[in-house]
Design a protein around this ligand. Structure first.
Ligand SMILES: Nc1ncnc2c1ncn2[C@@H]1O[C@H](COP(=O)(O)OP(=O)(O)O)[C@@H](O)[C@H]1O
Ligand SMILES: [Mg+2]
Length: 385
């Protein structure tokens, strides 16, 4: 009896896993997966997880507009969605995803919306996944499942420095029409009975998911101004922190999410009908010092992680102690509006002299023959005076 049970378990282990129904890949599962690449943005990731769940299981998309200061993770979130589709086998049909800059979608000279460029990018991706001879039906089906990310959307406002910006109007109008759903004709080539012929695909954009992102610089000041005039500012949240050197500081945080209204976006130069195409405005948090420190130590493309890899190839184990990491995070947090991007610059400043010449003879030798280089508070202090 015992042995039989054991054998059954083992057989089960060896079988390839049955694909789960898409409804069983729940928002918490998606959230956990996205979180592997994005730190400190749980609120945004929860919305993203629900939107992706709807997109994949119910085929009704939750379009999202990501608003967050530069370097807080907007592009990182988009990349994580792509990675999610790659890493979950059941999502392989949804890998048709493209990340484009908003300015690519208008012809500036003619002030003309170029939705064809967007669909061409989607088509290209679909063809990569479908192989060499896709039929019209396969192409249509794959393109309709696309996730379309449009970055730097805030550069396409209807107003720039108080003056009308026709290109912004054209872009937002064009996108809103596309996002409204309904079929868009798209001319291309497809295979039928062993020959490739001209076809016009009817693409239903209703089923596509749109994620737009932008820093909306100036929006913070604009809303702060409105709020302080109306006397709401007393409700501002404060945060108590202990610095790397042990001092206590109280910071006032102007949390845009607490105060932002739709009318602020309209005043900023966003077309109301365009904004109404989004199920959710998702505000990214400014990164706390603790999160910046975690990004420095653990993010996939963090400057420390990359540098450690470089040093390893030179037979040196790079380490950083907690105080040094906290000091770097603190310095990065002080840089205005560069978020985690400031970490790279600061870290490079500190590590560069050792990349140039590690002074290998002075480094501690480890039992396995490699050397150990520790970035400590003293090294940070002397580099970032
Ligand atoms: N929330 C985050 N989690 C992990 N890494 C982040 C986060 N925010 C920014 N980064 C890192 O900072 C850099 C810039 O982030 P990015 O996502 O391009 O910012 P933006 O919001 O301006 O698009 C990237 O290298 C990324 O690794
Ligand atoms: Mg970006």
């Amino acid at each position: 009896m015992m042995t039989r049970d054991l054998k059954m378990v083992r057989d089960e282990d060896q079988q390839p896993q049955e694909p789960r129904p898409l409804t069983e890949i729940t928002p918490p599962v998606i959230f956990a997966e996205l979180r592997k690449g994005v730190l400190g943005q749980d609120r945004a990731l929860r919305f993203a997880a629900v939107a992706i769940y709807k997109h994949t299981s119910a085929r009704s998309s939750g379009n999202m507009l990501l608003i967050g200061n530069s370097g807080t993770g907007k592009t990182t979130i988009m990349n994580s969605v792509q990675r999610l589709y790659e890493s979950i086998p059941e999502y392989h049909g949804f890998r048709v995803m493209t990340i484009l800059n908003a300015n690519l979608l208008v012809d500036t000279d003619r002030a003309e919306f170029r939705g064809d460029r967007l669909l061409a990018a989607v088509e290209q991706r679909a063809r990569m996944l479908l192989g060499s001879q896709p039929t019209a039906e396969q192409l249509t089906e794959a393109m309709q499942r696309a996730t379309i990310c449009i970055d730097e959307i805030d550069k396409m406002t209807t107003l720039i420095l108080g003056r009308a910006n026709p290109v912004g109007v054209v872009l937002q109008q064009g996108l809103l029409t596309l996002m409204e759903g309904g079929t868009v004709p798209y001319r291309t080539l497809a295979w039928a009975d062993g020959v490739e012929e001209k076809v016009t695909l009817e693409i239903d954009t209703q089923r596509m998911m749109f994620i737009c992102g932008g820093a909306f610089e100036g929006l913070y000041d604009q809303v702060h101004e409105r709020v302080s005039q109306s006397g709401e500012l007393q409700q501002m949240r404060t945060e108590t922190i202990r610095t790397a050197e042990g001092r206590i500081r109280i910071l006032e945080r102007f949390d845009l999410a607490q105060f932002l209204k739709l009318k602020d976006l309209f005043a900023y130069g966003m077309v109301p009908q365009f904004i109404s195409r989004f199920d959710k405005l998702v505000l990214l948090d400014d990164l706390s010092i603790a999160t910046l420190q975690q990004i420095l130590l653990e993010a996939r493309d963090s400057p420390f992680v990359l540098s450690r890899r470089d040093f390893a190839s030179r037979g040196i184990r790079l380490e950083i102690d907690d105080t040094a990491a906290a000091m770097l995070a603190e310095r990065a947090a002080r840089e205005p509006r560069s978020g985690a991007r400031a970490l790279r610059d600061l870290f490079t400043e500190v590590v560069n002299p050792y990349e140039f010449d590690p002074g290998i003879e002075q480094l501690e030798r480890l039992p396995d023959g490699t050397r150990k280089l520790v970035i400590d508070a003293e090294k940070v202090r002397s580099a970032l005076r």
